[in-house]
Ligand binder design. Structure first.
Ligand SMILES: Cc1ncc(COP(=O)(O)O)c(C=O)c1O
Length: 356
């Protein structure tokens, strides 16, 4: 039986993506060859890369606005250093919002390149909220934020208007909700949540912000080199790119981001309503900053943990334990998780209440 998969990433993908990508490994486009054994420069694979790059721009509503989409390797973590390498001037300054473990990982790397100002941090409260009312220094080369904090279950609902490039790590909520993506100058996201399998990172960048910081950048870390090579500067991660394309085609056929956002809102509303109603549970993040992708919650009485764990496992649920830095539970409700899976979890929470 297929599990109700709440894994935080790598995570659930649409069933048709598993099936079509399995087929492509056996016989790609009826060519008699596997996707894994053809040249990345072959006509068939170049078409995959071109379509993948184009569908990203289309789904984000960025056509004709000067953006380029790249499928790179190295994970979102490599972008933590590619961003300052490409955008921070020698002796320059960057502004960062510290909303969690991944944001602070990005800050750590930026510090290797220059003056890195943390405009606000919720670390003291174990990142249970998104700081607000901060000031971004006007002379920063860029502002960096993390739209969704996968570990702590918080999500930015508003982004500051600043007069400098805005860079956003959208690893765990890209393609999940409508935003004016043209407000961002550089977006990056590891594929392994809403886009595809682990192994590729999406970078969407407004070309005009690049090549302005006068640094000598190693070729593999230089966005302009990747753009010039149409995301094929070296051998790209062919399978993750192909499976990402299939996931994005699935999303487009469903009606795009507007359609999935409605479903995501319904899933989150269903689960948070139960967390708030059920006297056995409490949410970990402050209500106004709760994430629609990762819902973090705790039992009020840990003594019920063994019973609850047995019950959700018996219901076919997988991947529910919270990250060690929060404890409790984390229900990751990425795009491909159906509403029915959330109903199964809610039913288990209700059943626990009746039982104890
Ligand atoms: C918001 C966020 N940023 C960055 C990362 C790191 O991504 P990667 O493992 O692809 O380097 C993660 C991983 O979960 C994440 O959730």
């Amino acid at each position: 039986m297929k599990k109700h998969n709440y894994s935080a990433g790598p995570c659930i993908l649409p069933q048709e993506v598993f099936e079509k990508s399995a087929q492509a490994i056996l016989n790609f486009n009826d060519s008699g060859l596997s996707l894994l054994e053809i040249s990345h420069r072959s006509k068939d694979f170049v078409a995959v890369m071109d379509e993948a790059r184009a569908i990203v721009i289309e789904l984000l509503g960025l056509e004709g606005k000067g953006y380029q989409a790249l499928f790179l390797a190295g994970g979102a973590s490599l972008e933590f250093l590619m961003v300052p390498y490409n955008l921070m001037k020698e002796g320059g300054k960057a502004a960062y919002l510290d909303t969690g473990t991944w944001a602070s990982g990005a800050i750590k790397e930026a510090k290797l390149f220059g003056d890195t100002v943390v405009v606000a941090s919720s670390k003291e409260q174990n990142y249970n909220h998104i700081p607000k009312g901060y000031t971004v220094p006007a002379d920063a080369d860029y502002f960096h934020c993390t739209s969704n904090n996968t570990i702590f279950g918080t999500q930015m609902k508003e982004f500051p208007s600043v007069d400098m490039p805005i860079v956003c790590d959208m690893s765990s909520d890209i393609f999940s909700r409508e935003l004016d993506f043209s407000k961002f100058d550089l977006i990056y996201a590891g594929a392994q949540k809403n886009m595809g399998p682990a192994g590729t990172t999406l970078v969407v960048v407004k070309e005009e912000i690049l090549a302005k910081n006068n640094r000598i950048i190693p070729s593999m870390l230089d966005y302009t080199k990747h753009i010039k090579a149409e995301s094929m500067y070296n051998t790209p991660p062919v399978f993750p790119v192909y499976a990402s394309l299939l996931t994005l085609q699935w999303l487009k056929n469903l009606g795009g981001i507007a359609a999935i956002e409605k479903i995501n809102n319904a899933k989150a509303a269903l689960l948070y309503a139960e967390i708030d109603r059920n006297p056995l549970f409490k949410g970990a993040a402050v209500v106004e900053d709760r994430s629609n992708m990762n819902a973090t919650f705790l039992l009020n009485d840990e003594a019920h943990a063994a019973t609850f764990d047995t019950m959700w496992k018996a219901a076919g649920i997988s991947g529910l334990p919270g990250h060690r830095s929060v404890g409790g539970y984390r229900a990751s409700m990425y795009n491909a998780l159906p509403l029915e899976s959330v109903q199964v979890l809610v039913d288990v929470m209700k059943a626990l209440e009746s039982k104890v």
